[in-house]
Each structure stands twice: as structure tokens, then as C-alpha cells.
Design a binder for this molecule. Sequence first.
Ligand SMILES: NC(=O)c1ccc[n+]([C@@H]2O[C@H](COP(=O)([O-])OP(=O)(O)OC[C@H]3O[C@@H](n4cnc5c(N)ncnc54)[C@H](OP(=O)(O)O)[C@@H]3O)[C@@H](O)[C@H]2O)c1
Length: 246
Amino acid sequence: MKSKTILITGGTTGIGLATAKLLSAEGAKVIVTGRNPATLAAAQKELPAGTVILKSDSGSLAEAQALGTEIKKLTAQLDGVFLNAGIGQFGPIEAMTPQHYEDMFNVNVRGPYFQLQSLLPLLANPSALVLNASVVAELGFPTTSIYSATKAAVVSLGKSLAVELAPRGVRLNTLSPGPIATPIFNKLGFPADAQKGFEDHMAAQSLFKRFGTADEVAKLVRFLLSADSSYIIGENITIDGGIRLT
Ligand SMILES: NC(=O)c1ccc[n+]([C@@H]2O[C@H](COP(=O)([O-])OP(=O)(O)OC[C@H]3O[C@@H](n4cnc5c(N)ncnc54)[C@H](OP(=O)(O)O)[C@@H]3O)[C@@H](O)[C@H]2O)c1
């Protein structure tokens, strides 16, 4: 990763933050985005000096389309991009509102799509791109219907865009994590007891009987962004402790 410039959206907590730390430790110049002033400030303290922390809301179409212009002020080119920012709001269909629908599709699907469009002129040849989807894209879980649909859309975008961008030297892969211990589980909108039940169920489904860690996912992202994965393209790689098998 030495001397590579990598952009990570949603790099202020969880999987994005763990990836930013790992890539920085290996010599990359890292730029992370987020939107919450508190987590942006906390990330500034956690990440090494020299990391650029940028406020950019993936749910805003205007900010997604302006991301390329913002990044151009910082660097002439990007060697890798991890489009990772995402949100989940879980509940049965009766509890879901048009606002939930819009928020999740805007942040998880529209955001990365138009961010990528705006970043295209900055992508080096060769460069690597990783989209963060989820194993729920391919599984049936009660209460995750809209979230799962957004992630299925990400998997689909990953396939088409891998083919479309390959001639530019951009190597795109998608990641589908299972349950990973990150702050996202405190933001799902569940009552506390329901959340505990959901987490216990997810852990029990794993063949390892535990959640994965953000560090475990970060190592996979590093692999996909590095030349070590130079012949892997258009894949949707699952990292789920085997929950898809149970
Ligand atoms: N944890 C899991 O079990 C799991 C499983 C499968 C897939 N994923 C996916 O992994 C990705 C990272 O999630 P995580 O588990 O690491 O959760 P997390 O700790 O909540 O991290 C989400 C990151 O995205 C940022 N973000 C959220 N909404 C944003 C927006 N509108 N604009 C800019 N940044 C935004 C957050 O920043 P702020 O603090 O500023 O909001 C934070 O940095 C998501 O796409 C998620 O769907 C997670």
C-alpha cells in the first residue's frame, strides 16, 4: 500500500475506520469521509496525522456528485476507492416508511453510484475499487427487506460496472460481509431487547458462533485494493463466518 492514495467513504467508524487504520499503517495516504460531526472529530483523533477527514454526505445527491471535485483539491489521482458508507434501518414491513426507503436507497445505492461517477476522472490506470454490499443481499431475513434490497442493488451494480470500467484499468470487486461487530448495530432502530435477540440469532447462525470483526473485513479490503488480487475482478466476495450455509 506504500505511496498509494486511497479514498474510503464512511471511514469514521466500523469497517471503514478499521480499513483506514490498516492501510495507513501500511504506508497509504488515506482520505476518509463521513457526515456526523462527532464521529468525524473522533476519527481525526484515532487516525494518524496526515489522514484527510472529509465531511461528505453520501445521502445527498449534490454532495455525492461533488465528491470528485472535493477530492481533486487534495490529490491528482486515486489508486483505490472503498465505497463503504451505508446505513441500516430494520423492522417489519408495517413499520417501514417512505422515509426509511428513501434514506437507505439514497445512502446505500444512489450515493456510491454518483460518487463513483464523479470520481472517474481521478481513478488511476490501474486502480482498484471495492463496493460494500452485504450477505443479506442473497438471504431472506425478516426485518431487513429494504436494507437487503439496497445491498442486492449494490451487488448488481458491481457486476455491470466491473465490466464497464475494466477497459479504463479500474478493477472493481464487491464485498458481502455477514454480521460484523461495529456501531451499525446500535443504529438499526430496534428496541434494545429485540436488538439483543437479533444479535444473538446472527451470532448463532455463524459457524464460528460469533460476529466477525472490522479488522477481519479490513484485511480482505486491503487484499482487494492491492496488486495481490490483480486477476480478481467482478467478484462478490462473502465474509460471513458461514451464515449463508446455515
Ligand atoms: N456491520 C455489519 O454487520 C455489516 C454487514 C454487512 C455490510 N455492512 C456494510 O458495511 C458498511 C460499513 O458499515 P459498518 O458496519 O462499519 O457501520 P458503521 O460503523 O455504522 O459505519 C458506517 C460508516 O458510514 C458512514 N456513513 C453513514 N451514513 C453516511 C452518509 N450519509 N454519508 C457519509 N457517511 C455515512 C458513517 O459515518 P457517520 O458516523 O458520519 O454516519 C460511518 O463512518 C455499510 O455499508 C454496511 O451496510 C455491515
